[in-house]
Design a protein around this ligand. Structure first.
Ligand SMILES: C[S@@+](CC[C@H](N)C(=O)[O-])C[C@H]1O[C@@H](n2cnc3c(N)ncnc32)[C@H](O)[C@@H]1O
Length: 393
């Protein structure tokens, strides 16, 4: 089991292990282009939606909770969270700002110039909100960390973690740094993108009953490379919300493939809310022309092998609605491969009595071979999770 190898107490891990790793981090911090840093910035409406879903709302005593933004970029999540924090603090007694709020936020950013610009923006925001100049600088310096989130030690646990982690393919990560990440994060498996160990580390920092709300590619839920992360989530966490953002322009610049909002909680069980399209006021989100839309799914085959499939997507002519449905923890229904195995286990191999492991292997291979001719089932394994039989244009 991969999950048993996953380490959740990484506070004891040291910082950058070797001069080569430190040099690679420094190179990324000082000179890398947008692609190497995976910098794509999130629209304000989407940020507010995620903070709401993750429970970072001003009607809670946010000054007593801890908030983390692992890769704050231009501060889209950070500044919105700070506004909510100040509102909650004022609604309590609004006293001793540094003492009361100094521990309430941590936010990390690798890129030095981005860090400096957002630090300035944060200080200006605090000043506009009536915080004295010295206290504003003190808070910014307590809250903000310029470093690599995957390597920097961070103390304590966090009640809410939210953000938009970097999208960086492994080929773009310097070799010594990639080796260091791999040695620390078992979920950086196969072709996994950098956002995958970001989720792993964030989960390791989550307080009991805490929530992690990210917008990122949803491929970890479906692809081979997401296997270890899915095991980790299934063993100790709970997928509370899954919002498919494929047809919604969530970012300021070019988009990533298959974006989704996920909220993961440090809780063993519960239901999952699944939305498509998102219940957002999307009318005023400017559409992003660069991103291809997925074609509509082919007619849905009736399927007896799984619970009712999600409702079909509305056509552009119809008003946007937000159907919700409840799925079991971590939502294996979203993965066609899981559906294939579920079918084999509950039907083709259900009453099998193999003599040894080699026979299990032979029987499974034979059943898979037969399944190749069951177009009705194959179609329903794909259309169930609202995937198309056609490639995106
Ligand atoms: C996708 S952007 C998100 C920015 C912001 N959170 C938002 O939602 O608009 C990712 C940010 O992560 C930063 N980044 C990349 N690698 C990082 C790392 N290893 N540790 C911390 N930040 C990193 C990039 O510089 C970039 O600003």
């Amino acid at each position: 089991m991969v999950s048993s190898q996953l380490r959740l107490d990484i506070f004891s891990q040291p910082g950058p292990a070797s001069p080569t790793v430190a040099a690679a981090v420094e190179a990324l911090a000082s000179q890398s282009g947008i692609e190497a840093r995976g910098a794509i910035f999130t629209r304000a409406e989407v940020v507010d939606f995620i903070l709401d879903l993750a429970g970072y709302t001003a009607d809670r005593p946010l000054h007593r909770l801890r908030f983390l933004e692992p890769s704050f970029g231009g501060g889209e999540f950070l500044l919105a969270a700070v506004r909510r924090l100040l509102a909650a603090w004022r609604a309590s007694d609004g006293q001793a700002v540094v003492d009361q709020l100094g521990n309430a936020v941590r936010a990390v950013e690798l890129h030095r110039d981005t860090f400096a610009a957002t630090r300035d923006a944060l200080i200006q925001l605090l000043r506009r909100e009536g915080i004295a100049a010295r206290a504003a600088v003190t808070l910014a310096d307590r809250w903000l960390v310029q470093d690599d989130f995957l390597l920097v030690p961070l103390e304590g646990a966090f009640d809410v973690i939210a953000g938009n982690p970097p999208y960086v393919r492994q080929e773009l990560i310097p070799a010594p740094l990639l080796a260091e990440y791999r040695s620390r994060y078992p979920t950086l498996y196969d072709r996994a993108d950098l956002y995958v160990p970001f989720i792993e580390r964030s989960l390791s920092l989550l307080a009991e009953k805490g929530n992690l709300g990210f917008i990122c590619a949803d491929r970890w839920m479906k692809n081979r490379y997401g296997g270890p992360l899915r095991e980790l989530v299934a063993s100790r966490f709970h997928l509370k919300v899954y919002v498919d953002m494929v047809d919604t322009p969530a970012f300021h610049s070019h988009a990533i493939a298959y974006p989704a909002i996920t909220v993961l909680g440090r809780e063993a069980t519960g239901t999952t809310r699944h939305d498509h399209p998102p219940p957002l006021a999307t009318a005023h989100l400017t559409r992003t022309p660069a991103r291809p839309c997925r074609p509509s799914t082919p007619p849905r085959a009736e399927c007896a092998c799984r619970p009712p499939a999600p409702p079909p997507r509305p056509s552009p002519a119809r008003p946007r609605r937000s159907p919700s449905e409840f799925l079991p923890p971590y939502g294996p229904e979203l993965d066609p491969v899981e559906l294939v195995w579920a079918y084999l286990k509950t039907t083709a191999l259900a009453n099998d009595a193999p003599a040894d492991v080699a026979e299990v292997h032979r029987h499974a291979a034979r059943s898979l071979h037969r399944l190749r001719r069951r177009y009705d089932l194959l179609r329903c394994f794909l259309t169930g999770p609202a995937l198309s039989l056609f490639s995106p244009r």
